[in-house]
Design a protein around this ligand. Structure first.
Ligand code: GDP
Ligand code: MG
Length: 687
């Protein structure tokens, strides 16, 4: 069992194709946990253990894999590279303490790296940067370092320099050990060969070392900065340990990002990266500031990051296993979880038993008796737990801040091949809905059709393939459709009187509702201005239920209403004839009538699209985006390509990849993610 200080929970985040899987494979090989290197290109990577991922050559699930390096336990929390899986990135970034960001030496900082970098900034994750593919034609280490400065506003701290580049790339110079490092090709780079720095390079290397020391002497930790400056002014040599302490401190305080380089495919650069992970990325109790927890009453409750405290953990992922049932990936912040014990799920207010605790390695798993504060493991046995739930003890019922997930914007109808498989299909979809908070399943009340919604075409594609292959349900899907929303554009007031005789009994309710638009993205809100002396609390709650039902049922088109403030401003209540049922119905009907007077609008999802295109095809790409009603936001020139940023309605983006490919002979690539909802012009205000 590792102590807190010996654990590193890290993520490896990268733009798709930068070499995350290739690098992870080397990490697992050199740390001795896998016996041969699985190559991505052969579809044999051990980390990408879902068949589907191997076929697509991309990593989708955020599984955790544990390995050991220099007496430290490294939990690698896998993060996906594709923006369709933002939710996966978001939830894994939350539970990791540090990250390695991989850039390709050719191509550098791609739009997706920017998105992920900013997410990591948001969660204050200390980072190392690894510039991979130094062997590729066009590799340019310093150009990528410059891009990190310009595009990411990062402060790079160069730790290693490449020796040669492209096919001449032969090794690195380490600016801490001041040694040259090369790798033995015969044993897949397992043997690291260190030599003195070649005199012909010495002057240049000294210059970089000096720059490194200068950067260190201005870190925000005043004690370390002062010691460094003192020695520097005296002209005394600076002890290696002080330099390492300064790098560690500065990395944790996010003063800078240490930058290293290599060519993972050629088995070069990975062991120094592992050294840097254990030396410079934080242990679980060094993360600043500690994660924010709250109770039902108090905000910002501090959690002792200690083993001898009440247990607190976060279920950050649920993954369905055909044999074991749901696997709950848990990050422990405090205390201990024991196999066989019951734990309290704070969000569900229920206790659940831990049947087994597992530690996942790349190609096997190991049963654990317990897991302690700071560690990540898998719980088998939870039936209720969902992604985002906090677990622990009812003695100390704290919860983590809820995770924020983007809205699903694309839907397809899904149906079983045979009617008899309908319940199997529903069960599979419900399981997937539990695993993935950006995936929703609904039944169309009129047609009885099942509608699934998600973040993008690829996202739904992957999930449908899982239904067919993992859950063995033969299902077919309709064409993708946009998930619209509805809202209102002005204030309106409506008085609703509801009267119905049911089983000879009067049911009367009278309420006044005011609806107002809220700013985009603020969500819906229900407020009651009517005191309990006028309307009993349970009756006011019935009105709220009715309004909430109205919000999800929509206004004119049946799409969920968003960003509406609903205020109950008046009510007439008569104990002998008024029933909660009548008030609930009045809430729903009154909401509908009020919104119809309030300039209802249909909102459509607008996507943030970035296209990378060689200059000669720029005209085609711009023309194509304009026909799709896109707004060109910016065009940036990079060395060989133009990067076009646009806002485009999702409705016009179906089939874009095919059309882009044929317009540019396959030379352009694009990324797309949800940006915001905007009124759809041709559907505006119906009243
Ligand atoms: P991921 O999408 O970030 O997981 O990237 P992969 O590890 O799947 O790598 C994408 C492609 O780049 C694969 O074809 C790899 O073989 C290749 N690749 C990865 N690292 C290197 C490298 O250091 N040099 C070269 N030349 N190719 C690499
Ligand atoms: Mg990969």
């Amino acid at each position: 069992m590792s102590t807190l200080g010996a654990i590193r929970n890290i993520g490896i985040i990268a733009h798709i194709d930068a070499g995350k899987t290739t690098t992870t494979e080397r990490i697992l090989y050199y740390t001795g946990k896998s016996h041969r290197i699985g190559e991505v290109d052969d579809g044999e990577a051990t980390m990408d253990w879902m068949v589907q991922e191997q076929e697509r050559g991309i990593t989708i699930t955020a599984a955790v894999t544990t390995c050991y390096w220099k007496d430290k336990q490294i939990n690698i929390i896998d993060t996906p590279g594709h923006v369709d899986f933002t939710a996966e990135v978001e939830r894994s970034i939350r539970v990791l303490d540090g990250a390695v960001v991989i850039f390709a030496a050719v191509g550098g900082v791609e739009p997706q790296s920017e998105t992920v970098w900013h997410q990591a900034d948001h969660y204050r994750v200390p980072r190392l940067a690894y510039i991979n593919k130094m062997d590729r034609i066009g590799a340019d280490f310093f150009a990528v370092v410059e891009e990190m400065r310009e595009k990411l506003a990062a402060k790079p701290l160069i730790l290693t320099l490449p020796i040669g580049r492209e096919s001449e790339f032969e090794g690195i110079v380490h600016l801490l050990s001041m040694r040259e490092i090369r790798w033995n090709f015969e044993d897949f780079g397992a043997t690291v060969v260190e030599t003195d720095i070649d005199p012909s390079r010495m002057e240049e290397v000294q210059g970089f070392r000096q720059r490194l020391l200068d950067q260190l002497s201005s870190i925000s930790d005043q004690n370390i900065a002062d010691s460094l400056t003192g020695l520097y002014l005296e002209g005394s040599p600076i002890p290696d340990q002080l330099i390492r302490d300064a790098i560690r401190r500065g990395t944790l305080d996010r003063d800078f990002v240490p930058v290293m380089c290599g060519a993972s495919l050629k088995n070069m650069g990975v062991q120094p990266l592992l050294d840097a992970i254990v030396d410079f990325l934080p242990a679980p109790d060094e993360v600043l500031p500690p994660v924010a927890f709250h109770t039902k009453k108090e905000k910002n409750v501090e959690i002792p990051i200690r083993v001898d405290a009440q247990p607190v953990g976060l279920v950050y992922k649920i993954q369905f296993d055909r044999e074991a049932g749901p696997l709950s990936f848990v990050r422990m912040y405090s205390g201990v979880l024991r196999s066989g014990a019951a734990v309290y799920n704070v969000d569900k207010n229920k206790r659940e038993r831990i049947n087994r605790l597992l530690r996942m390695h790349s190609n096997r798993h190991e049963s654990l008796e317990e897991i302690q504060a700071g560690d990540v493991a898998v719980v088998v046995g939870f039936k209720l737990a969902q992604t985002g739930d906090t677990i622990g003890s009812d003695q100390f019922p704290v919860m983590l801040e809820p995770m924020h997930f983007p809205e699903p914007v694309i839907s397809v109808a899904i149906e079983p091949r045979t009617l008899s498989e309908r319940s199997k299909l529903e069960a599979a979809l419900n399981q997937l809905e539990r695993e993935d908070p950006t995936f929703t399943v609904k039944e169309n009340e009129e047609t009885g059709q099942l509608i699934i919604s998600g973040m993008g075409e690829l996202h739904l594609d992957v999930l449908v393939t899982r239904v067919i292959e993992d859950f063995k349900v033969q299902a077919r899907v309709g064409p993708p459709q946009v998930s619209y929303r509805e809202s209102i554009t002005r204030q309106a007031v409506h008085r609703e009187r509801y009267h119905k005789v049911l089983a000879g009994k009067e049911n009367i309710a009278e309420i006044t509702l005011r609806v107002r638009p809220r700013e985009r993205g603020q969500g819906n809100q229900f407020v009651s201005e009517v005191g309990p002396e006028v309307l009993p609390r349970e009756v006011a709650e019935a009105v709220q239920r009715g309004v909430m039902g109205g919000l999800s049922a929509g206004i004119s088109y049946g799409y969920p209403a968003i960003d509406v403030e609903v205020t109950l401003t008046g009510a007439l209540y008569n104990p002998s004839t008024s029933t909660p049922m009548a008030f609930e119905a009045a809430g729903a009907l009154g909401f509908d009538a009020a919104c119809r007077k309030a300039g209802p609008v249909l909102l459509e999802p607008i996507m943030r699209v970035v296209v990378l295109v060689p200059k000669e095809y720029l005209g085609e790409v711009l023309g194509n985006l304009t026909t799709r009603k896109g707004d060109i936001v910016a065009i940036e020139s990079k060395s060989a390509v133009e990067s076009v940023h646009a806002h485009v309605p999702l409705a016009t983006m179906f089939g874009y990849s095919t059309s882009l490919r044929s317009a540019t002979q396959g030379r352009a690539t694009f990324t797309m993610e949800f940006s915001h909802f905007a009124p759809r012009p041709d559907f505006s205000s119906t009243s």
